[in-house]
Unconditional design. Sequence first.
Length: 403
Amino acid sequence: MAAAASHILPTYARVEMSFERGEGIWLESTTGERFMDFTSGVAVNALGHAHPHLVKALTEQAQKVWHTSNLYRIPGGEKLADRLCEATFADQVFFTNSGAEALECSIKMARKYQAVIGHPERYRTITFEGAFHGRTLGTIAAGGNKKYLEGFGPPVEGFDQIAPGDIEAVKAAITPETGSILIEPVQGEGGVRVISTSFIKALRELCDQRGLLLILDEVQTGVGRTGELFAYMRSGITPDIMAIAKAIGGGFPLGACLATAEAAKGMTAGTHGSTYGGNPLAMACGNAVLDVVLEPGFMDSVRRKSVLLRQRLAEIKDRHPSIISEVRGEGLLIGLKAELPVGELVDALRAEGMITVAAGENVVRLLPPLIISEEEIAEAVQKIDRAATRIEQSLTQSARATA
Ligand SMILES: *Cc1c(COP(=O)(O)O)cnc(C)c1O
């Protein structure tokens, strides 16, 4: 089908499809078809669609006040910051509208910290191959993906990229100008590549020895996605700075930069800002998301469902080794490594009524809402099994046709 003419800048290769409404893990298209949402708006809709508690929180706030700017105190923001600090390593929070902005704040904060403690020369950040940190000029430089840098002029200075996993390589990359290390605990866009706990621990130790700040990008892994409230919690270490976004707003644009008081000490009045960041509507949504994910037992249920889904996916992999060669990931951030072009598997899943999203290394990402039920997991597994069977059948048919 030819794409309809559109005035939207064509920076995305969009699927010719749109949605009318959603409920729970289900989305209904404008043509009336139902889809199981295993994309969650790319790890955003952690509580699914039209969650009653989120709808109530947003509509109640909408009737009071939408926006006041950061020239005044915002009670909902102070409450959300208190709760985020209570639940994590952090002492201070800066609210943003997106993940990239949360990373920009994190990188600026690390540079400022080194400057105010007397090391303005330590403005450089070590980052890792396969990383994704956003699409601003700063974050494409941090991510280092050549496709995203191409044609946009000289990359923002200050990032040194190396392969993840090799602590000796990190040591070798540290120069007198290095001030921080930035890493995703699981590389999401990069292909659901899990960074080992031992490597994260080794980075923490190295940062402590060399006076560097450890920045975690938990924009995709955060707010329950990996089966922990934040992925760092499985490693027993804490970062100095952490960028979050995606799931924290439950679908309302919201991000945050969390930091220790020490790391944040350069960020005084006038050093950073955002017109919308932390606006009352976003704060109502963020608090409502926390109400649900902080409920006792919620994270246990995510872990239980992750084990169930991954067991069933391992069986599918064993049944269809010519389609799926590996199941990887953490919690409900799961990657299926495809043995055929990943787009074909995504299309076959969509034909079965399930929407998913591709990632690097030929991986299909499965990102169901965290509120998915065990019955829905069983149904999802059937859809994946049917899609794999269908591809196998069409492959044997085309092999016969060419024989
Ligand atoms: C999505 C993502 C970002 C960028 O977030 P935006 O809201 O699109 O700016 C940054 N880091 C990671 C790990 C992400 O998954």
